[in-house]
Design a protein around this ligand. Structure first.
Ligand code: 6PG
Length: 251
């Protein structure tokens, strides 16, 4: 049962992290085909962290690689750590290593957050300007936003009880970390996430089980559980879980 007053998302429990990644790859491919068939670019905000790495690797090999029109796919970051792009903590580095380089997708074609900028606020302003160049003056509407969830219920770099949760006008904002790596972040804000046509959470591992049960089955507590605030106003919301993460979910 979803928290009261929240619409129930689609929840899919996969046997393990690999079948979760395969399911996500099929969804990515299908959504790409819809956008391309309609003659539009396929705009994707990529998740950071570890979980999506397997999905990204799957997208670089058959059957998915050749089923996706990469020439019409525009890649963005959902959030970034304020570190150099070759840092072990960089989401861009993880994405470059697992997706861009194996695909031969020109790294400079991904619209990244310049985490190397010593001023995170300036990096957030610059990213919002890059988004405006891609989406125009109206709030970005991504065809697909990929998100992970931390064991504290955070998503992107929207951490519990942080000011960034309450941002309702800016599209990207500097955000304090709430979990390791304890480096400043830049993140898309909730208005952008909730303007997406499709949001897909990828959550695997037993360490997420308690937070996941609270987010999906517990009472509404969005300040403590930022992932609860991801409720696309005019889009789909799907949670792809592995069995380990779903162990504490009510039936
Ligand atoms: C980040 C991600 C973050 C991540 C979750 C889950 O920059 O770290 O945007 O929101 O998705 O922390 O991370 P794992 O997939 O590594 O568990």
């Amino acid at each position: 049962m979803a928290p009261e007053s929240l619409p129930r998302p689609d929840i899919v429990v996969c046997s393990d992290a690999r079948t979760l990644a395969v399911d996500a790859a099929h969804r990515f491919t299908a959504l790409n085909a819809v956008a391309v068939r309609l003659g539009f670019p396929f705009n994707v905000a990529l998740a950071g962290g570890r979980t999506p790495a397997l999905l990204y690797s799957l997208l670089t090999v058959p059957p998915f690689r050749d089923a996706i029109d990469w020439s019409r796919t525009r890649l963005f970051l959902g959030d970034e750590r304020c570190v150099a792009p070759d840092s072990q903590f960089s989401n861009f580095r993880m994405i470059r290593e697992t997706l861009l380089d194996p695909l031969g997708y020109q790294a400079q074609d991904l619209v990244r957050i310049h985490g190397e900028d010593p001023d995170c606020n300036a990096a957030a302003v610059a990213y919002a300007a890059d988004l405006a160049r891609s989406f125009g003056s109206s709030i970005p509407r991504f065809d697909l936003v990929l998100l992970g969830m931390g064991p504290d219920g955070h998503c992107a770099s929207l951490f519990p009880r942080k000011p960034s949760l309450r941002e309702r006008s800016r599209w990207a904002i500097a955000s304090e970390p709430g979990l390791e790596p304890f480096v400043p972040r830049v993140t898309l804000t909730l208005p952008v996430l909730n303007n997406a046509a499709n949001v897909l959470f990828l959550v695997a591992g037993r360490d997420k089980a308690a937070a996941l049960a609270r987010v999906l089955n517990g009472p509404a507590a969005p300040d403590d559980l930022p992932s609860q605030s991801v409720q696309p106003a005019n889009g789909t919301l799907t949670w792809l879980l592995d069995r380990a993460a779903a162990t504490m979910m009510s039936r």
